[in-house]
Design a protein. Structure first.
Length: 594
């Protein structure tokens, strides 16, 4: 059967904030752009972002991009690349103003300027007083941004393939990426999208863990596609646990709640963050607050009948503030907890939230891989931006409000670089049959009905295996880690990967494409799970979100370096952190206190 083929200048895989920002840049420059998304674009996870986007506009407190840079480097526990961080923080004010001009309906101050709220890890003057740097559209900032970017793309005539699932990247022998194989989820029809340049913008992999804040579509497909194409993944051991998820369920309660004056208490009614972070208190960085909650519970000061959560209080705030600035949070609390936060505190517990690791990129969003000793090379025509990329601006721990910034800054950077690249690369490279065949084979595995796979007694279902996998990741690779437990994790994930080879998607004679998607997603997740536990087992120190009970200290001498995980032989290698910014002095590693 022949497969339909389409050719474009650029293929953007993913229609979240990163993909849409890049596509807009390209369509406005008259490039032929295809954006494919497995859900309708405005359902991408960016839509769920609550708290806001950071930029040193200085509308509420004094501010400067250099202070923002300092906070981000410190927040990253010095693992972030300082050239990329400088680039992002300097670009932030203009990027936000640009969003405003595109039509993002930001909340306003009395004087008409964009409203900014304080968020965790923000300071004035390199570690001084709390700054208010997060620009917000109430507590629905991502929704406002995503819809605006989508409308702008429609206006610029970007070509969308909605509800198409990208299976694998296509490449030639040299490793040049030539597009992707995808299929239409409704009809199952396959399509080859050939492109001179490809941008991976597929978002994060929060579905690695059972309790998480992410949409069910956040399965890290782009990261797994990169792995299969021979590209290593960087810093996968660093996964952010957000301190305030709805206890037992995981939905996010934005840091904006603490930004507006909310705080955490234990069963004794103590505001315990004062002990862990005397200066920043509840607005310490996320890794610090998540660990503090875990310790309070472990030491018996949790709340509720099982003492397994802490409380987030806002009932001391003016109800009007809650209604105006946190309406979405109030909805979530009413719906999932049955509690009106105006009247009573909300039970919260840390929940898996953000993938710091990802596809290694430089500050132009080009994918870079190591060649020989110490040197790096770009893969011509291949880009990654957003949560799937590792620029690395977040290092070992991301600051709240920096991801919405990351996606638009590096989405735009990718668009700009691609426009230049296309000027000198006008032809499509020939597409070898073998690469298409390989991708088709991966899909074919899930095209047979259960009856064809046979051996009913030993057959396992994909959904059950997924639940088991997520549970393993949560238990073996959570907030606190040890060698023993991580080693068990590696074995457990490997065995699930083996069992998945024999699993089936359904016992019914009619198999829906959505079930195929779930199976392909689980294959992706399991590969990423392995990357995560293996990278975590190897890193013998505690840094940012990676907290090893058996190696409680940060060890800059041995571990101030990025890890790179290769799928082949589950191999790890390491590369130095780029500590040299573009135009200012390096921030050298210091002890990190809040
Ligand atoms: C609940 C929540 C609240 C948050 N709040 C904030 C906040 O206030 N501030 C902040 O800075 N950050 C916040 N974040 C983080 C931030 O929202 C995300 O990191 C960011 O939006 C990711 O954007 P993205 O463009 O990289 O990916 P996404 O928005 O996740 O989009 C990924 C896209 O890839 C597509 N895709 C994936 N796989 C495939 C495939 N195989 N085939 C085809 N298409 C595919 C999807 O359809 C989707 O269009 C929050 C995150 C969550 C989960």
């Amino acid at each position: 059967m022949t497969i339909a083929k389409r050719k474009f200048d650029t293929l953007v895989i993913g229609a979240g904030g990163a993909g849409l920002r890049a596509a807009l840049q390209l369509s406005q420059a008259e490039a032929a752009v295809a954006v494919i998304s497995k859900v309708f674009p405005t359902r991408s996870h960016t839509v769920a972002a609550q708290g806001g986007i950071n930029a040193a506009l200085g509308n509420v407190t004094d501010d400067h991009w250099h202070w923002h840079m300092y906070d981000t480097v410190k927040g990253s526990d010095y693992l972030g690349d300082q050239d990329a961080i400088e680039y992002m923080c300097r670009a932030a004010p203009n990027t936000v103003i640009e969003l405003e001009h595109y039509g993002v309906p930001f909340s306003r101050l009395e004087n008409g300027r964009i409203y900014q709220r304080p968020f965790g890890g923000q300071s004035q003057n390199f570690g001084g007083e709390q700054a208010a740097r997060t620009c917000a559209a109430a507590d629905r900032t991502g929704h406002a941004m995503l819809h605006t970017l989508y409308q702008q793309n429609i206006n610029a005539r970007t070509h969308f393939f909605d509800e198409f699932f990208a299976v694998d990247l296509l490449k030639n022998e040299r490793g040049d990426i030539l597009g992707a194989l995808a299929f239409d989820i409704e009809s199952g029809e396959k399509i080859i999208i050939e492109a001179k340049t490809t941008l991976i913008a597929t978002g994060g992999a929060g579905q690695l863990f059972r309790t998480n804040t992410n949409a069910s579509i956040n399965t890290g497909d782009g990261l797994a596609m990169a792995l299969r194409a021979g590209i290593p993944l960087q810093d996968m051991e660093f996964f952010q646990f957000h301190p305030t998820g709805v206890a037992g369920k995981g939905m996010l309660i934005s840091e904006g709640v603490r930004g507006e004056g909310g705080y955490l208490v234990n069963c004794e009614g103590e505001r315990f963050m004062e002990r862990y972070a005397p200066h920043a208190k509840d607005l310490a960085s996320r890794d610090v607050v998540s660990r503090a909650i875990a310790v309070e519970i472990r030491e018996g000061r949790g709340c509720g009948p099982n003492k397994d959560y802490v409380l987030l209080k806002v009932d001391h705030l003016d109800p009007e503030v809650i209604k105006k600035r946190l309406p979405g949070i109030r909805d979530i609390s009413l719906t999932f907890l049955g509690i009106d936060p105006i009247e009573a505190p909300m039970p919260v517990f840390p929940t898996a939230h953000y993938t710091m690791g990802g596809i290694p990129t430089n500050r132009y969003a080009q994918v870079v891989v190591p060649v020989g000793t110490g040197a790096e090379e770009e893969i011509p025509g291949l880009y990654a931006a957003g949560e799937c990329a590792c620029a690395s601006v977040h290092g070992a721990n991301r600051l709240g409000g920096n991801s919405l910034l990351d996606i638009v800054v590096f989405g735009r950077a990718a668009g700009k670089h691609i426009i230049d690249y296309l000027k000198t690369h006008r032809q499509h490279k020939p597409l070898p049959d073998e690469t298409v065949e390989q991708a088709v084979q991966r899909l074919a595995r899930w095209e047979q009905p259960a009856s064809a796979v046979g051996h009913s007694a030993t057959v396992e279902s994909v959904s059950a295996l997924k639940a088991e996998f997520q549970q393993v990741m949560e238990e073996k690779c959570g907030v606190f880690r040890t060698e023993e437990v991580l080693a068990e994790g590696v074995q457990a994930v490997k065995s699930i990967q083996e069992r998945l080879k024999h699993a089936v998607i359904s016992d019914y004679s009619r198999i829906f494409n959505t079930a195929r998607v779930e199976a392909l997603e689980l294959e992706n997740l399991v590969e990423l799970g392995l990357a995560t536990v293996i990278s975590a087992l190897s890193r013998q120190e505690s840094r940012g979100a990676h907290s090893r009970v058996d190696f409680p200290k940060r060890d800059d001498e041995h571990w101030l370096r990025h890890s790179l995980y290769y799928q082949q032989d589950n191999r790890l290698s390491y590369k130095p952190v780029r500590t040299r910014p573009i135009s200012v002095d390096t921030f050298p590693p210091k002890e990190r206190v809040y």
